[in-house]
Design a binder for this molecule. Structure first.
Ligand SMILES: [Ca+2]
Ligand SMILES: [Ca+2]
Length: 562
């Protein structure tokens, strides 16, 4: 077989038999395409390439090869005579199960304070790092009960990203997204095993994974007053070394309003999710609810304490220069926390004096903007709402549907036929997660309406992430013929294994190119990606990017195109 061309862009993992199937052929050469069965070597389908489309960013031309009518299970390549053959791909049911499972396992590989034995981690087995059983209260976090330098224990949690620190704000959206995919598709997760140390217990593996970070988060609440520390961090980033080689002291840093609200939302949601596992996890659900209530109480007394790292560093030592996660607007975190508290406790007092802001367009979720998570939660639990909330509910549904309808507009004219990338701002830092979060919104719209256009559009973004994009890369490590090999991820850099840790979502194109790394092909928004470990701006990984990917891939599997 000839060397595959990178000019045929498609989901390099594959397709469901009855779903849409599209490849994008770069350039204007050729008119026809063929689908060849790799087993029989026979051409089983011929089609005509669609009209020429153009990237609004690069002006580059492309055409669509639509082979949706092919439903036969098998392994194939797509061929265009003048160009060559595509990467091989499969058509089969549950085509994204391995992808969804690997992305959940991506969190296992991020576990702090524990060794990853070969039985579960394969060749990426590693020693334990960052026990975090003796961390220090940073002067910014000092209180009468815990003066600066007090030692506390705060083990477990996931490493946040390519670095080894643990941040409450970014844990907020990450945990909310993972708990939400569980709440939306509990049956799917009931029997999904991810080969982790807890795979033999009676708790779904996704929730076991969530527990690893939940237990850490619980330690980040000041027991004296209910406020929550911003992060557990080194003063400076560790070098590109393995976790067990890291010996720097670590600190709990300044309590603040937004971190506490994120914590409240997560604990409230976790409380109701874990309630049915009271037998396996006695007291956990109650502990989460108590922690949430105490956090809420702290916020009532401290409604506007922001985290400003530079300002903090002028007042306290040591200076802390790791991820800031500085959010200036806590109004969305307040809405999210209130919604989770209300759904968990049924106490309408949590909604008092809070506007859901449904007169404004829904903002796409990100670490600093979590309002949509409140909408999703309200919709998910609509049956529990009292009559007084029906007007809220209607306007929230309309806001989510309006957002999703905008995503559907003009889809056929897009050069890659994906929702992702219609507007330049989609190519933000962590653009792969933009694609995944758009997919989540579309899944919500599909759940509300059962209109398949939403589901197909969500799938288009999964196709985008797995190869149908202007870079030609599959952005999930371990998957695809042209996969990301050099993510900005300390263990992947330092472990001496050729392949990066699998199941991690690379950030994706980001024309900001803030890392000034060498090797970016150009400045075009949809191509601003370099598979190099220096590229924290386009090729880092992060828990808040992996989580929406887990949601998208698992939801599409659960809703199964069968
Ligand atoms: Ca389990
Ligand atoms: Ca915010």
């Amino acid at each position: 077989m000839a060397q595959p061309t990178n000019d045929i862009r498609l989901n390099q993992v594959g397709f469901y038999p009855v779903a849409q199937k599209k490849a994008i052929v770069v350039g204007e050469k050729g008119a026809e395409f063929f689908l060849r069965d790799l087993k029989t070597k026979k051409v089983i389908f011929k089609g005509k390439l669609g009209p020429v489309l153009k990237s609004p960013y690069s002006g580059k031309k492309s055409r669509v090869a639509d082979f949706s009518s092919v439903q036969k299970v098998g392994k194939y390549v797509l061929e265009v005579s003048s160009l060559g053959v595509s990467y091989p791909f499969e058509i089969k049911n549950e085509i994204h199960k391995s992808v969804a499972t690997a992305a959940i396992r991506g969190f296992y590989y991020q576990r702090a304070s524990v060794a990853l034995p070969e039985k579960f981690a394969g060749k990426w087995a590693r020693a334990a790092g960052h026990p975090d059983d003796k961390i220090l209260i940073h002067p910014s976090a000092a209180s009468p009960e815990r003066p600066a330098g007090t030692v506390m224990s705060s083990p477990r949690g996931w490493y946040d990203a390519g670095d080894y620190n643990k941040y409450i704000v970014n844990s907020g959206i990450t945990m909310g997204t993972l708990l939400s995919v569980y709440e939306d598709f509990p049956v799917y997760f009931k029997n999904l095993k991810t080969n982790i140390p807890e795979s033999q217990n009676a708790i779904p593996d996704l929730l076991d994974e969530v527990l690893w970070n939940l237990r850490w988060m619980l330690t980040m609440q000041d027991p004296a007053d209910g406020g929550v520390y911003h992060k557990l961090t080194n003063p400076r980033f560790d070098g590109m070394i393995m976790p067990d080689a890291c010996k720097n002291p670590r600190y709990a840093v300044q309590k603040n309003t937004i971190a506490t609200l994120d914590f409240v939302a997560v604990m409230a949601q976790a409380s109701r999710v874990f309630k049915v596992y009271e037998k396996q996890l006695p007291g956990l659900s109650d502990s989460c609810q108590i922690a949430a209530t105490r956090g809420w109480g702290w916020v009532q007394k401290n409604p506007a304490v922001l985290y400003n790292q530079n300002e903090m560093n002028t007042k306290f030592d040591p200076d802390v220069v790791t991820g800031g996660y500085e959010d200036k607007d806590g109004s969305d975190e307040l809405i999210w926390a209130a919604a989770e508290m209300y759904i968990t406790t049924k106490d309408e007092n949590y909604l008092k004096n809070i506007s859901f802001e449904t007169d404004k367009p829904m903002p796409l979720p990100s670490w600093s903007q979590v309002k949509a998570l409140a909408y999703y939660t309200i919709i998910r639990h609509e049956k529990q709402l009292g009559p007084v909330d029906q007007q809220y509910l209607r306007s929230i549904k309309n806001t989510v549907l309006n957002f999703s309808d905008d995503l559907l507009k003009n889809l056929d004219n897009q050069p890659y036929q994906t929702v992702m990338g219609k507007v330049a701002k989609d190519f933000a830092w962590g653009s792969s997660a933009v694609a995944a979060n758009q997919g989540i919104a579309l899944i919500q719209a599909y759940k509300l309406t059962k209109d398949k256009n939403y589901l197909n559009a969500a799938l288009s973004n999964l196709d985008y992430i797995l190869g149908r994009n202007a870079t030609g890369y599959s952005f999930l490590t371990g998957f695809g013929s042209k996969q990301v090999m050099h993510p900005h991820h300390r263990p992947s850099i330092a472990d001496g294994i050729v392949e990066p840790v699998p199941g991690l979502l690379s950030g994706g194109p980001n024309p900001g190119q803030q890392d000034k790394c060498e090797g970016y092909p150009n400045k075009f928004a949809d191509e601003s990606f370099v598979d190099a470990d220096c590229s924290y701006a386009s090729n880092e990984i992060a828990i808040n990017w992996n989580a929406p990917f887990v949601y998208l891939a698992a939801a599409i599997e659960a809703l199964s195109y069968k």
